[in-house]
Design a protein around this ligand. Structure first.
Ligand SMILES: O=C(O)CCC(=O)C(=O)O
Length: 275
């Protein structure tokens, strides 16, 4: 896919996939590294900003094959604002209700792109994402916070309106392929009914001109071009993987980020969410 195809499809549909980033054997190498880390440090599902602990996650986040498609949408200057491994274990009931990411981000605009990279095969059976084409065009809609304990999302937020699920697109990917989606795109994912883990890593990139307007503090990492604004505190990469300094720093960012989400939710208008 050319850069202009990527930009045009993203603008029209609010998502674009599949985009090749890694070969299958490179993705298998990443899975091996991840599972090696997990055997020492525990499950990495939703550990906040793992690039603050692991140099190879930063290396992935800054790969040309991953960043070029993001640049096609957002331009040259990019901050990495969020990142997590999203792992669905076989047999677990974890799923994601229909929602829009922007709801709780507290950001000043929709100048962001989520790059979701498959590390294992991602299929309908193991709970691939589903997107609704064109749903990004109507802004952020009303959600209800369900606090469903099987939801991967912290508040189990769910769109209030009926989603025409028969029109949804299944985002099946081979290991090493990614999808890009807009912060207002309606999306969801089902449970993992296979007998293997579904492993992905997602990266959320923003334009440096963005501001955190839902809270007083936020941080990010410059990964492309220049930050002419300084709206986000610059993050520090690890001196060594899982060094004691890196662990302490990532923990501090995690705690500040949890406080940030609480502040964002408290400051939100009632029209955006009900609970
Ligand atoms: O990984 C999933 O199943 C859902 C992820 C998601 O909702 C997101 O990346 O915005």
């Amino acid at each position: 896919m050319t850069k202009s195809d990527i930009a045009a499809r993203y603008e029209r549909d609010g998502f674009v996939f599949p985009i090749d980033v890694l070969s299958e054997s490179e993705a298998a190498g990443i899975r091996k590294k991840l599972e090696g880390v997990e055997s020492q440090h525990g499950n990495m599902h939703y550990v906040v900003k793992p690039y603050l602990l692991l140099d190879w996650v930063h290396e992935l986040a800054t790969r040309k094959a991953l960043l070029d498609p993001v640049r096609a949408v957002l331009g040259e200057d990019l901050l990495l604002w969020d990142c997590e491994f999203i792992i669905k274990e076989p047999g677990a009931q974890r799923h994601v209700e229909w929602h829009q990411d922007l709801l709780y981000f507290g950001l000043s605009s929709d100048d962001l792109v989520t790059a979701w990279l498959a590390i294992s095969p991602v299929t309908k059976e193991n709970g691939c994402m589903q997107f609704l084409a064109g749903s990004h065009q109507g802004g952020v809609r009303q959600h209800v916070a369900t606090f469903n304990e099987n939801s991967i999302l912290a508040r189990g937020q769910q769109l209030v309106e009926d989603v025409p699920v028969d029109d949804a697109v299944d985002v099946a990917l081979r290991p090493g392929q990614m999808s890009l989606h807009h912060g207002a795109t309606f999306h969801a994912s089902g449970v993992n009914e296979s007998d293997d883990r579904r492993i992905a890593i997602c990266f959320v990139y923003i334009k440096p001109s963005m501001r955190q307007v839902g809270a007083k503090w936020d941080s990010a990492l410059l990964v492309s071009g220049t930050d002419r604004y300084g709206h986000f505190e610059s993050e520090v990469l690890p001196d060594q993987n899982f060094s004691s300094d890196a662990i302490a720093y990532q923990k501090a960012i995690d705690e500040r980020r949890k406080a940030l989400w609480r502040e964002v939710v408290t400051n939100m208008s009632d029209s955006a969410t009900t609970s």
